[in-house]
Design a protein around this ligand. Structure first.
Ligand SMILES: NC(=O)c1ccc[n+]([C@@H]2O[C@H](COP(=O)([O-])OP(=O)(O)OC[C@H]3O[C@@H](n4cnc5c(N)ncnc54)[C@H](O)[C@@H]3O)[C@@H](O)[C@H]2O)c1
Length: 79
């Protein structure tokens, strides 16, 4: 499952942080709960976050492999 729904505007989040939290945090929780309750065989839940969470990845070692960029020291994604 791929979860991409979000309130993405920073200015909107400043004007109405409760609405931002409801959509982004509670919305993600609801997706996870829905998946847990109704999709028992689900193998993977992918959520798209932001570099504001990951940071600049200064320690990441970028490498080009099979025409795709990846982090050679973090092959399973950002922990
Ligand atoms: N595009 C980027 O460069 C970028 C960078 C970093 C992170 N992200 C993240 O990737 C994800 C997707 O971003 P995007 O660029 O596709 O944005 P987008 O605005 O195109 O897509 C977000 C979608 O969420 C939907 N949505 C908003 N509130 C909702 C709600 N309450 N219920 C259901 N759907 C709702 C919107 O209608 C929209 O279709 C977001 O979590 C965003 O923070 C995107």
């Amino acid at each position: 499952m791929l979860h991409l729904a979000a309130q993405v505007a920073v200015t909107t989040s400043v004007i109405n942080p409760a609405n931002d939290f409801e959509i982004n945090a509670t919305g993600t929780f609801n997706m996870l709960e829905g998946a847990r309750k109704h999709l028992p065989n689900l193998k993977m839940f992918l959520y798209s976050s932001t570099n504001k969470v990951y940071g600049g990845l200064k320690d990441g070692e970028l490498e080009l492999k099979n025409e795709r960029w990846g982090l050679s020291n973090c092959t399973n994604g950002i922990p």
